[in-house]
Design a protein around this ligand. Structure first.
Ligand code: XUL
Ligand code: CO
Length: 433
């Protein structure tokens, strides 16, 4: 036991009327929503990097946090793990997620770095066993070290490709050993700073080959988890190849991998791509590649990936509506890819950031479920397209322009516009928020 969270109790559901800051007002793990426990719908995970590895820096200033585990040794890495698992327990979150870089010190060479990772994986294994906390996903950090400055799989230097492939193998081994439900690939520097020095054709071929090897390795080791790609349009690179859901789907089709890979969709990344979160989720749902979500929010004025905890119930409700409509999470879940503001220095800030985010998600989920159960939105949508179910209209999709022209003439078609009823549907939504 560390004393980092001393004086902070384990959080329980106390209902909306409680005045206890260290309690849930809406997140009630056992409450049944659409036939399933709330905990099993939301599948919350803590992101190790933001809560335990990030030091509060921004582009203009360094560390603001002061944590007893900061440093480069294995001792520090283990203390960090002790505190992390204490937080999972205080919050009652069922899952966590990590990059290799978040959890182990780098060694002098690849072999030592891998040994450090394996030692921490064993340490995690014991803690997961005794606490019941599970791994939502593992991933490799292929973006922080200077060797990745020109990309990982898409690097012009084949030795960096090799280093990256070897690193992903070790991180897949770690994830597999810990029973991870998914493995994530976020292409932080898979993109470019300038087209003047970039060969798009080669870089796409390298990325396709890399992903194929990841999938082959998954099958070779019998990893049953889902491989997920996380879209983001830019930052750190000026342009990232995994721009958004549609772009990744095109990439997967190009390399014949669309049945092997799903997506981990992040709120803030959707906004950076010029979409809404619900747009990205709806599109992934319709393409059958909605896997998991990174929940957070961006500051809409700054234009950066600010990774704040969610605090906007209507937005979150729209997102969970799409998740529920797609059938809910199977291997996926709600990972808080969210960090404190750099002035939030205290241990309790970490707890309260997550607790507030969990309550916001719980409210969003309940609103989404209520609207889905109401059925009004889906009924209105079905009614809008109902004429397409008539045989003569359905047949048109397999017809040809000349036959359709003949039909328009013969039947004297002259379509009358009909209302899209947007305000009525917005009012319907509002009843559930
Ligand atoms: C970066 C980001 C990553 C991925 C995992 O914007 O979202 O933390 O979630 O590498
Ligand atoms: Co993310």
């Amino acid at each position: 036991m560390t004393d980092f969270f001393a004086n902070i109790p384990q959080l329980k559901y106390e209902g909306p009327e409680t005045d206890n800051d260290f309690a849930y007002r809406h997140y009630n793990p056992d409450e049944i929503v659409m036939g399933k426990r709330m905990e099993d719908h939301l599948r919350f995970a803590v992101a190790y990097w933001h809560s335990f590895a990030w030091e509060g820096g921004d582009p203009f200033g360094g560390r603001t946090f002061d944590r007893p585990w900061y440093g480069e040794g294995m001792q520090q890495a283990k203390m960090k793990a002790d505190v992390a698992f204490e937080m999972f327990d205080r919050l009652g979150v069922p899952f966590f997620c990590f990059h290799d870089e978040d959890v182990r010190p780098a060694g002098a060479d690849f072999a030592e770095t891998t040994r450090n990772l394996e030692e921490i994986v064993d340490y995690f294994g014991e803690k997961m066993e005794s606490s019941g906390t599970k791994l939502l996903w593992g991933t490799a950090n292929l973006f922080t070290h200077r060797r990745f400055m020109s990309g990982a799989a898409t690097n012009p230097d084949p030795e960096v490709f090799a280093w990256s492939a070897a690193t992903v193998k070790t991180c897949m081994d770690a994830t597999h050993k810990l029973g991870g439900a998914n493995y994530v690939l976020w292409g932080g520097r898979e993109g470019y700073e300038t087209l003047l020095n970039t060969d798009l054709t080669r870089e796409a071929e390298q990325a396709g080959a890399f992903l194929s090897m990841v999938i082959d390795y998954k099958h070779k080791i019998g990893f049953k988890g889902q491989i997920l790609i996380e879209p983001k349009p830019q930052e750190p690179s000026k342009h990232q190849y995994d721009y958004d859901v549609a772009t990744i789907y095109g990439f997967l089709k190009r390399f014949g991998l669309e049945n092997e890979v799903k997506l981990n969709i992040e709120q803030g990344h959707a906004i950076l791509a010029g979409h809404s979160f619900e747009h990205e989720l709806a599109l992934a749902g319709s393409l059958g590649i909605l896997g998991s979500i990174d929940m957070n929010r961006n500051d809409y004025q700054s234009g950066w990936d600010t990774d704040q905890f969610p605090n906007n119930v209507p937005e979150v409700a729209l997102a969970y509506y799409e998740v529920l409509k797609a059938g809910g999470f199977t291997t996926g879940g709600t990972n808080f890819d969210a960090k404190l503001r750099r002035q939030s220095l205290d241990a309790e800030d970490l707890i309260l950031g997550h607790a507030g985010g969990m309550d916001v998600c719980a409210r969003g989920l309940k609103a989404a479920a209520a609207l889905l159960e109401d059925g009004g939105l889906e009924a209105a949508r079905d009614a809008r397209y109902a004429d397409w179910d008539k045989p003569e209209n359905k047949a048109m999709l397999h017809s040809d322009l000349a036959s359709i022209e003949a039909r328009v003439r013969d039947q004297g078609l002259n379509p009358e516009p009909r209302s899209g009823r947007q305000e009525r549907l917005e009012n319907l939504w509002n009843r559930y928020l």
